[in-house]
Design a protein. Structure first.
Lengths: 351, 279
């Protein structure tokens, strides 16, 4: 038996590679989180008042019809059996079908999720780029007029709800100036609603520049509305962490050594990068929710809009599908985040 | 009599000069609340005039009228009756939840660390969708939006209060209190809690600002709205239908009201922060 290792040897192995051990433990937690996530989504159904069969059939259904639909949905089975069936379906990738459209939830997610991911990634790009610029400039000119001016801009942007900024954008850039296309979706109306997933990235990749241009034009307003509002949150964090990083003795020493200002700022930024990266992950999560309302305003046909419509109609499989997908995305994101921070910052404790 | 009045006026002026943020933010907020409840309105906020539909802002209707014939100005002012108190109640509920959970959790035990990680995971979930679910399932009343505010802001309070209480517990005076034989309950209420009040005040006004956004967002989606009662979010939603055809005034004015409410709360938070740091 070569796999048998003495306890002392194992412990010392763990001691010699604390980072590796931390990473392994972190990955090992994932199945547990997945189990909790799946169970939460199962339990969710019991908080929903009323009988799903009545929701589907309407208030004038006969008792026989209700009983038949209940049997179809498997709701007449004992709870434990339902739980097991739920998991066996889930593990096979079967998320059920929508009560109202009869579309499989998984294919709906496949259709709408790419739209949302494109919107979030582009908004994140604006939010992080602009937020970093504002935050770093503010921290560099701390307590002088650029800091005060940018602080005012940040506060103002933080006071606007994203959906309202989107409406103002539509009025100014579509109605008054005519620069932006009508808020009717991802492409001009004659292109229909069926388009390949990842419209923007895909058409750029394929070299289809006319589609790319049209899609980018339609994306401009929602991306700007989300990006501007979320850049304010990002700027505040960046201003704070850069402000701390720029007042450390390390920076003073770098200046005393006669390094160029650009290099000094770069070093200070490197010291605060883990905070910045952590905040990007947090922003991604809140963008997933925030995007849903903006998606509705622009008829973006994204996952958030789809989920909101499902929620408002009490479409149980859709709600479950959204909870599981969003949960999976956040779990993956935070796993990546923890591993990246681990790789970047040797000071993180592994316990 | 006039002597005390002048000294009072002078001390007020002194306060305003020392705390411009608190004075401006708090003043704007108080003004909005007073106007919402006591201002004489030119038209009834819930009585439509079918003869004047979608009129541009003019002398008779200074903010114009919407698609139902409601006077936008009266409704924008009256909506504060619902939005603002609801935001404050939601903030208070979040604060209480934060104190109830955050203070007992302010230990370094592995359990409380694990709970904080769970809270992280919860917070990273798109909570706005969750809160829409909960409010629409619990009966679509405007009062139920309090749940939404607590779900989104409660975790922030818990984290803040726990962190603050943890650092206070390291203080020498806590050690001294334990040495004199104070019970844990006395330590929490007499020694720890008064010291977290400052950060809680700042967080309260930030939370109220966020609550105004949450209320507006939910009402914008039609959640928790009971027509014809005006709320800023539902007014923006009514106006959203006309925004791409040029009827800007129906959506923009309530939006401006949201902006002013949130901005004054943010200014207030900044002012309190300054004062706390300064002292």
């Amino acid at each position: 038996m070569t796999t048998l290792v003495a306890p002392e040897a194992r412990r010392s192995w763990a001691k010699r590679h604390p980072a590796l051990r931390y990473a392994l433990v972190r990955v090992a937690i994932v199945p547990i989180s997945l189990f909790v996530l799946g169970s939460v989504s199962f339990v969710l159904v019991f908080f929903i008042p009323g009988n799903p069969a009545v929701t589907i059939l309407g208030d004038f259904a006969t008792p026989e019809q209700v009983a038949r639909v209940n049997a179809q949905l498997g709701l007449d089975q004992p709870l434990w059996d339902r739980y097991l069936t739920y998991w066996s379906h889930l593990l096979q990738g079967d998320l059920g079908t929508s009560f109202f459209t009869n579309e499989p939830v998984l294919s709906d997610i496949g259709k709408f999720l790419p739209n949302t991911i494109e919107l979030i990634l582009l908004s994140l790009l604006i939010a992080v780029g602009l937020g970093l610029l504002i935050g770093v400039t503010g921290a560099y000119f701390a307590r002088r007029w650029p800091d005060r001016l940018l602080g005012g801009v940040t506060s103002a942007l933080q006071s606007v709800p994203d959906f309202f900024l989107a409406l103002v954008g539509i009025y100014v850039f579509f109605f008054l100036l005519g620069w932006a296309p009508a808020p009717i979706g991802r492409l001009p109306i004659d292109a229909g609603t069926d388009h390949p997933p990842f419209l923007i990235f895909g058409s750029l990749f394929r070299g289809d520049f006319s589609t790319f241009g049209a899609a980018l034009g339609h994306a401009a307003l929602p991306v700007l509305a989300l990006g501007l509002v979320y850049s304010a949150y990002f700027a505040k964090t960046a201003r704070g962490s850069m402000g701390t990083a720029l007042t450390t003795p390390q920076v003073e020493f770098a200046r005393a050594c006669g390094l160029r200002e650009r290099t000094v700022v770069r070093y200070a930024f490197l010291a605060s990068r883990t905070t910045v990266i952590t905040y990007i992950a947090i922003l991604f999560g809140s963008l997933l929710g925030g995007a849903s309302i903006v998606e509705r305003v622009f008829n973006w046909r994204g996952m958030g809009q789809w989920a909101l419509e499902g929620v408002l109609k009490v479409d149980v499989p859709v709600i479950q599908g959204f909870v599981i997908t969003a949960g999976l995305m956040t779990l993956t994101l935070f796993l990546l985040l923890d591993l990246v921070v681990l790789a970047l910052d040797p000071r993180v404790s592994y316990e | 009599m006039s002597e005390t009045l002048t000294t009072r006026r002078a001390s007020l002026r002194l306060f305003v000069r020392a705390n411009p943020g608190i004075a401006v933010g708090g003043g704007m907020l108080a003004l909005m609340l007073l106007a919402a409840f006591f201002a004489p309105l030119p038209y009834g906020p819930t009585t439509p005039d079918p003869a004047s539909v979608l009129q541009e802002p003019s002398g008779t209707h200074i903010f114009g009228t919407d698609a139902n014939g409601f006077d936008v100005f009266s409704r924008v002012i009256a909506a504060g009756q619902r939005d603002l108190p609801l935001a404050l109640i939601g903030t208070l509920a979040s604060l209480i939840l934060g104190l109830l959970i955050g203070l007992p959790l302010s230990t370094k035990s592995p359990w409380s660390e694990r709970l904080m990680r769970a809270l992280d995971a919860f917070q990273s979930f798109p909570l706005i969708v969750l809160s829409v679910t909960i409010v629409s399932l619990t009966g679509n009343n405007i009062q139920n939006i309090v749940y939404a505010i607590v779900i989104i802001n409660g975790p922030r309070f818990i984290r803040l209060i726990r962190g603050e209480a943890l650092s206070i517990r390291d203080g020498r005076f806590i050690e001294a209190a334990i040495a004199t034989g104070a019970r844990p309950r006395r330590i929490v209420f007499r020694h720890v809690m008064p010291n977290v009040v400052d950060v809680c005040l700042v967080q309260c006004s930030l939370t109220a600002a966020n609550a105004v956004i949450v209320i507006a967002a939910l009402n914008f989606l039609g959640v928790g709205v009971s027509p014809p009662d005006p709320t800023w979010g539902s007014m923006v939603q009514v106006g959203a239908q006309g925004i791409s055809t040029g009827q800007w005034w129906v959506a923009i004015w309530p939006g401006v009201a949201i902006f002013i409410a949130i901005a004054s709360l943010n200014i207030l938070a900044n002012g309190i922060q300054r004062r706390v740091e300064g002292s």
